[in-house]
Design a protein around this ligand. Sequence first.
Ligand code: GTP
Ligand code: MG
Length: 422
Amino acid sequence: MADRKHVNLITIGHVDHGKSTLIGRLMYETGSIREEVLRKLKDEAKEKKKETFEFAFFMDKLKEERERGLTVDLTFKEFNSKNYYFTIIDAPGHRDFVKNMIVGTSQADVAVLVVDAKDSVQEQTKEHSYLAKILGIDQMIVVVNKMDTANYDQNRFNEVKSQIEKLLKGVGYKPETLKIVPASAYKGDNVSKKSENMKWYEGPTILEALDSITPLERSVDKPLRLPVQDVFSITGVGTVPVGRIETGKMKVNQNVIIMPAGTKAEVKSIEIHNQQRQEVSSGDNIGFNLRGVGKGDIKKGDVVCEEDKPATVAEEFTGQIIVLNHPTVIAPGYTPVFHIHTAQIACTVTEIVRKVNPKTGETVEENPEYIKTGDAAVIKVKPKKPVVMEKQKDLPHLARFAIRDMGQTVAAGVCIDLTPKK
Ligand code: GTP
Ligand code: MG
């Protein structure tokens, strides 16, 4: 467990295509749902005249969800594969709840797109794929689900597969990097066990596909980036900042630099769950102590970096956003709080470069005067105070942001370009 890297996974796709069922099945087969719990859920599903929803009920806890047999809110669950420990975020497929899907996706590293073998590509299959791309999800595993309802037929699988490839290519994914798995989440074909019903399929099971994702392995070789989540004062230790290492490694005695201030320091001690460590790497949640760095020298939103490879501080940046929720309109001059990794900084929207169709990515209007709920756009932004930020293509974890205003998430997006501070 200690060596496994943490990955945030989201399930996306059209309503009823089997996302919750797939997660329930995965958790059951990896030993995270006990037999008697499943039996109880099966009884409950039957009682609500929702037979076959037992796996989905494990994810769908709200009364409304169970009565209507669909997901409304995000649910977070954990499970382990051989190489990773996953937090799965189960997103709703229904079009009324796309907002919740976006909030979930903006926290995810990898997406599992679930497509019904009978229905194939539908409205939210398209919309979710495009949103995942906008929000910076580079790796996607595709499940052609409910193969049991298509007689486990290879021809049908190939038909659906080519429709999915066409869609995802249009959205901007490279089809050759996608793993597309024929499965039945409900019956348990190709989830963690190779299906006896689809001997024609030679690729990985869903669990194997999840186990062979790559981003976090690569990120160990990148320079250290540790956004500070919080800072504690602990008697006998001193100032203890905590956070998750997004990329790279940290060692005791290493020289580091705290950005954006540029304060240099040396790592004195590192711990995970009260245990001292000599070296930690990307994915680890740690507490640490820096020689000579007191409570006033480091704060939430700072990023600890390798001394000779400091992170970029943005003077101005270009963001690709989706407006989730705004009572009126967003126009140049708007200055809400941006949540950028662990930082919260007031930023001014200086320009709306263009409005794009969130379902296709096509430009709808150049330089519009304003944008409103439901719009996707490219905007220019100027932070009021120095903040560490990176471009999506360089370091996705430090490129994502959410715009919050009046206690709500107004928009979510990623940084696609920036002007560094000199
Ligand atoms: P939303 O969250 O509302 O978008 O739906 P969902 O994608 O989570 O679908 P859910 O898991 O709730 O499943 C919807 C229905 O499809 C339920 O009746 C499931 O039992 C059924 N289902 C899911 N997977 C399979 C499968 O592999 N085969 C068959 N036959 N039915 C399935
Ligand atoms: Mg669901």
